[in-house]
Design a protein around this ligand. Structure first.
Ligand code: FAD
Length: 284
């Protein structure tokens, strides 16, 4: 019934589905989270995607993607992909709702967060700020100082959270404008050369014990956000990119952050999705 099953309704998956539909094919998108948009929902502001008139935040960008699904009448099922197999003719995608079969599949399932460097016993750490339940004035720690960590620090401090970045090195990992904006902000505290020793919880408050050279610290927060890098979802399924969007499965292509195995960029994810659609369309 479907020509292509796409795993993941992030930018890569939706770009692929839209292009397939425009080429006269019938794609099905499977998404586990119950939301459209993927990781970008967490972004405070997006300013580098081609064609934007002004910066937009991640939820607004996701709403535009949702609108594309509606405009192109794309089929979308909210369920989790558990495993997949292929024969010389087709791919079977097993989900919590049962199997889906098609001649081709595109894996656009993004990445998962890397765990913290120490065990945070009892502390519920948040990996996606979009899930943060808190209010202005709450004390919040961010671990990880790459692009995601800096984006979180800027947007959450603008929302009124009392943000501290705990940074392993003597400089933020992010480069360029994001790094400059964090250092220029009077609302964001940055503690450098911070090694985490332990994390634990007492009542509703969460503590991080750590040290900077010559000084032991016990810091108290209401929320801890982890932005310590990401790994490709393909690993869980034994799927890997072998040449661009091609994988070790003959009938499954890979697109977006999943293909890179780490955090990438929206335009790269969109490009991969469209590339997969073009390749598959030529074969059908
Ligand atoms: C804070 C932050 C700020 C960012 N800012 C920018 C920016 O300004 N500009 C820019 O270009 N990029 C930015 N990025 C990067 C951008 O978000 C990613 O590169 C992009 O979202 C990757 O898209 P994707 O479709 O490959 O994967 P994702 O967006 O991760 O989508 C994957 C989807 O697959 C789903 N999925 C996973 N496993 C399964 C499964 N088993 N079954 C079904 N569905 C599954 C997930 O739920 C998810 O919806 C930012 C990222 C972050 C975290």
């Amino acid at each position: 019934m479907f020509d292509v099953i796409i795993i993941g309704a992030g930018v890569a998956g939706i770009s692929c589905a839209v292009q397939l539909k425009r080429l006269g094919l019938k794609p099905l998108i499977i998404e586990k989270s119950g939301f459209v948009g993927g990781l970008i929902r967490n972004a405070g502001f997006i300013e580098n995607y081609p064609g934007l008139k002004a910066p937009v935040n991640g939820l607004e960008f996701a709403a535009r993607l949702e609108k594309m699904i509606e405009n192109f009448a794309l089929d979308l099922v909210f369920t989790e992909v558990i495993s997949f197999t292929e024969t010389s003719q087709e791919v079977t995608i097993l989900t919590s709702e049962g199997p889906f079969v098609a001649p081709w599949a595109v894996f656009a399932a993004g990445t998962s967060p890397k765990p913290p460097p120490v065990e945070f016993s009892g502390v519920s750490c948040i990996f996606e700020p979009v899930k943060l339940k808190g209010s202005s004035g709450d004390r919040l720690a961010i671990l990880g100082s790459g692009e995601a960590g800096c984006d979180y620090a800027i947007s959450l401090s603008e929302k009124g959270f009392d943000v501290t970045m705990l940074v392993r090195r003597d400089i933020l990992t992010a480069r360029g404008v994001l790094k400059d904006r964090v250092y220029a902000s009077e609302k964001i505290k940055v503690i450098h050369n911070f090694s985490i020793l332990k994390g634990y919880e007492e009542g509703v408050l969460k503590y991080i014990s750590g040290e900077t050279p010559g000084l032991s610290l016990l810091l108290e927060f209401q929320h801890i956000i982890l932005a310590l890098g990401r790994t490709g979802e393909g690993e869980k399924y034994g799927l890997k990119s072998i040449k661009g969007v091609e994988t070790n499965f003959k009938r499954i292509y890979i697109a977006g952050d999943a293909a890179r195995g780490s955090l990438g960029q929206l335009a790269m994810a969109a490009g991969d999705g469209i590339r997969c659609a073009q390749i598959i369309a030529e074969m059908l």
